[in-house]
Structures are given as C-alpha cells and as structure tokens.
Design a protein around this ligand. Structure first.
Ligand SMILES: NC(=O)c1ccc[n+]([C@@H]2O[C@H](COP(=O)([O-])OP(=O)(O)OC[C@H]3O[C@@H](n4cnc5c(N)ncnc54)[C@H](OP(=O)(O)O)[C@@H]3O)[C@@H](O)[C@H]2O)c1
Ligand SMILES: [Zn+2]
Length: 319
C-alpha cells in the first residue's frame, strides 16, 4: 500500500502527542488500514508501561470499526519483537490478523533492531521499512540515550543583535518576544527535563515550566558547584514539578540518562552552556535572535530594530 504525505504526517502527528511523556521509551504513532486503504484505527504510545502505539491502534479499530478487516499497519518506529513491560507488538500484530506492516524508522535498541521482519515473516506478514527523516528526528533523543547512556541535549539561548544574552545588570529574562516565549513553552512540553545553571536561578528565578498545558512528567534540573541556591526560588517553592540539584553537568546527565530521560533542554546561562559544549554532549543549539540592541542600556530600554515589525529568528544548529 502507498501512503500519501498526509497519512505519513498524521502518523507523525500521533507520535508527537506522546513527546515528553514516554521516557524511557520513544514517542511512536500508528495507523491501521483496510485493504482498500481506509483508516480504521489510530493510536500512540502515551507512557512507559502502557500500550505501545501498535496495540493502541488495534484497540481503536476493535472499539470503533470492529466489522472492518485490518490489512496494513503503518507505524513510525519498527515494532518491538521482544516482550518488555508489555507484550511484544509483533505478537499483537499476528493476533490481529494484519497482513502488512510498514515502519518509518528502525529501532535503535539492539534488543529489537531489525528483528521485526523475521518475527513477522514466519507468519506470512510482510514488513517493510519506508525511511522517513521526520520519523528519525522524532526518536533522535531516544537513540542517543540508548547508544550512549546520556540524554540528547538541546541548548537554547536568546540573544540580541549586539550578541548579548543579558544586560550589564545580569537581566536576561525578557530578551525574546512573547511569541518566542510561547514557542519555548512548547519545546518544554516535548522534553523530559529543563536544566539551568545556578546563576540563572539566582538572577532570573525562572519557573522552567511550560506556559500552556502543564506536563507533570517534566523534571527541573539545576547545576551548582557551590550549592548556593535561594531557598525561596520558584523551582523549589511552587509545589509544582520535581526539581533536582547536581554539583556538575556531567554527573547530572549520566544520572538523568540512568533515570531514562531521553531529552534535556538547557536554558542557560552561558557558564553552564560552555561546560556542556566542552563536555562534547550538546546535540542541538537553538539561538533565538531578537531584533533588539542593548549596548550599555537596561534590557527594558533596548533599541528595537524595525519598530516591532520584525520577528525573532529561531536558528537551530544540529551537531
Ligand atoms: N538570554 C538567555 O537566553 C538567557 C538564558 C539563561 C540565563 N541568561 C542570563 O545569564 C545570566 C546568568 O549567567 P551565568 O553564566 O551565571 O548562568 P548559569 O550558567 O545559569 O549559572 C552559572 C552557575 O552554574 C553552576 N555551573 C555552571 N557550570 C558548572 C559546572 N561545570 N560545574 C558546576 N557548576 C556549574 C555554577 O553554580 P555555583 O556558582 O552555584 O557553583 C555557576 O556559577 C543571567 O544574567 C541570566 O539572565 C540568559
Ligand atoms: Zn511495541
């Protein structure tokens, strides 16, 4: 069966619904079709220990379209073939009477990698890999942790046109636009942990939470050699998400990896970001370039290029 771009995008969209919630597993989406190409089931992996996407799609079919006959399964990641916390998806596929499976990227986990084909072929089920860059991108954090034990690290910093991430008084809180801050909030929804250095906590007292839908699975992480942290800081006092403190970034990442975290977003400042780059653990650097010039002024008095007509530029460098 051929899949349209819209169908592939829908499968990816389903997978993205799980981002930030599935650790130590990756986000995965799945769709089930009849032989005539009608979609009769959809699903995604919501949380470790709960159904994998394939089983969610099968259950959805049974609930909504029990009279239709499933023929082809489209899944963003190669189905697992060894039972883990839940049964193997290849077994569920066999039991559901599915005839064809197409997956968009291979499983980086050696336990399952390139194993689905043989497990399904024994039952006459065809299993095809249709390479898809977006699907690969979606599991990049999971792949890095599985291969190295360390989470995928995205560093994000907002910068003015004159190259400043804070003014001379250390105020770096309101450099980017409201729109960029909303985009950052969305990024926070997709990761497992937000990390900052103690300097940022002492200066900015950030909440490190998404402004939109709260994600109770998100963990806040502070790195401080001195342990000099204000007890009244929001991240300790707001009673919301968990906050962990580590005395160096390497220990932090090893421990977060051991806890199964796939993706860590570092939101500054420059001292911690420098350490992470020196450690060679940064996978992605996101600069939010803001059309402002600070010079020697306070951030609130920055000169604005284009008098509000220009938007922040989001520049992503991937290692
Ligand atoms: N524009 C932006 O996107 C943005 C984002 C964040 C922050 N900022 C600005 O950045 C400024 C703060 O800068 P900063 O460089 O001081 O912030 P920082 O990197 O958040 O904090 C530095 C502190 O983190 C700890 N740390 C960093 N690397 C470490 C390592 N390798 N081992 C152990 N501890 C380590 C140390 O804490 P201890 O001193 O406790 O040992 C260090 O003093 C603020 O003005 C803030 O507004 C701007
Ligand atoms: Zn599975």
């Amino acid at each position: 069966m051929e899949f349209s771009t819209d169908t592939l995008n829908r499968a990816l969209e389903l997978a993205r619904l799980g981002e930030g919630h599935t650790r130590p597993n990756p986000p995965v989406g799945a769709m089930l079709f009849t032989a005539r190409g009608k979609c009769i089931g959809e699903g995604y992996h919501r949380k470790a220990g709960e159904n994998h996407a394939e089983v969610e799609a099968i259950e959805d079919w049974k609930r909504r379209n029990p009279k239709s006959k499933p023929d082809t399964l489209l899944v963003t990641l190669e189905p697992c073939s060894k039972p883990g916390k839940v049964g193997a998806c290849t077994d569920a596929i066999i039991l559901a009477g599915i005839k064809h499976v197409t997956y968009l990227c291979t499983d980086p986990n050696p336990k399952n990698r390139n194993k689905a084909h043989d497990a399904l072929a024994a039952y006459g089920i065809t299993c095809k890999h249709l390479p898809c860059e977006e699907a690969e991108a979606l599991i990049r954090p999971f792949a890095k942790r599985v291969k190295t034990g360390i989470p995928y690290v995205t560093v994000k910093l907002a910068m003015t046109l004159d190259g400043k991430i804070a003014d001379n008084w250390g105020d770096g809180k309101w450099i980017s636009s409201e729109e960029s801050r909303i985009a950052t909030g969305k990024l926070r929804e997709r990761v497992d942990a937000i990390m900052v250095g103690a300097g940022t906590v002492r200066k900015d007292d950030p909440s490190l939470l998404s402004h939109g839908k709260p994600n109770p699975d998100l963990v806040r992480v502070v790195v401080s050699r001195s342990g000099r942290l204000p007890a009244e800081a929001q991240i300790f006092m707001d009673g919301k998400n968990r906050t962990l403190v580590f005395d160096n970034p390497h220990t932090a990442l090893v421990e977060l990896g051991r806890m199964g975290m796939n993706h860590v977003l570092c939101e500054g400042g420059a001292t911690l970001a420098t350490s992470l780059v020196e450690l060679g653990v940064v996978d992605e650097w996101l600069t939010v370039l803001c059309p402002k010039v600070i010079g020697e002024r306070h951030i609130r008095d920055a000169a604005v290029l284009g008098a509000g007509k220009l938007k922040d530029l989001h520049i992503c460098l991937r290692v």
